[in-house]
Design a protein around this ligand. Sequence first.
Ligand SMILES: *Cc1c(COP(=O)(O)O)cnc(C)c1O
Length: 401
Amino acid sequence: MNTDKIIKRDKKYVLHTYARSPIVIERGSGMTAWDADGKSYLDFTSGIGVNALGYADPQWAAAVAEQAAQLQHTSNLYYTAPCTKLARKLCKLTGMDKVFFGNSGAEANEGAIKCARKYSVTTYGPGRSKVISLVNSFHGRTLATLTATGQDVFHHDFGPFPENFGYVPANDLEALRQALIPGDVCAVMMELVQGEGGVVALDADYVHDVAALCAEKDILLIVDEVQTGVGRTGTFLASQHFALQPDIVTLAKGLGGGLPIGAVLMKEKVADTMGPGSHGSTFGGNPVVCAGGCAVIDRMDDAFFDNINACAARLREGLEKIPQVEAVTGLGLMVGIALKGGRKASEVRTLCEHHGLLVLTAKDRIRLLPPLILTPEDVDTAVQILAEVLAELPADDQTGA
Ligand SMILES: *Cc1c(COP(=O)(O)O)cnc(C)c1O
């Protein structure tokens, strides 16, 4: 099937909830994707932070294929080795005690909210069910996680929403202190680097103070590491940059190396309040998906992280030298690029595609989430293409910058 036919068919039969680029991705290898016309692209998106090992990593593909041929699924009424293996690896890497597996980031956050409410009601009784999140956050598209998402643009037309959610501005400790005074809060949920909100890292001092405040009142700290987790920021969890030990951590995007997975990691005291029947998922902990997750984690040795950190530093340095770049934000290989002169991120994205580079946007910024296996040469190529594209694109406002 050619590109036009696929796009026409998609427009006819697939619900139009995505603003897609007119590109049909057909196959990939490592850092490179090919479209249906045979054009190649250097991929600095990882399918929005998902393909941690790039496209079709041979070891990952073999692990997944082997597991699919042996046992593709059974119900959660039985034990399977891949699920237990992945859970053990995650606990060892993060210092958390127990894992619940689901299928997506939203589902992981939904599970985290349930765990927090269960812990609170079991420990303190009713009246303490509120979840506080940050303005400009993104936690998912299910009704509860949409409610927790502190951006009104996503809320229009979908109410009524579940009750007892509240928002405070990021980096404003006093606002959080005020929000906790009524005593009805069970959890504070936050991203350490707001991804969809524009690739904005929280202040380290603020994060420390939030953790201390929560600990003092036994309010659970839920850190949404759906985007920041699994090596993305140069440590396995972004929480490690902040020397943070949350009560609950959620993971998803990069964890399966391209297969759908979500995970709620929690401390013992939270896990102790959840029992048989309190939560579940038909596909959660699926053996094929967990085999993929194990293959991702098994690659993450010291050299793997050294490469992430070296490439991240090189990328930031290269981008900061581009005259049209106002600022480079984020952490590790989660990179936001603010542009001078009112240049539009969406236009830059389209021009990059013409030049054979895939990039993302977040709000008015370019966003880069390259596969974690990139090389310094890939970094240089991406920086060069971005520099060319930005030099081509005239300023959109009167500043002439
Ligand atoms: C992507 C994302 C989600 C939602 O994940 P889905 O798998 O799309 O449900 C939640 N939180 C954060 C921080 C994300 O980046």
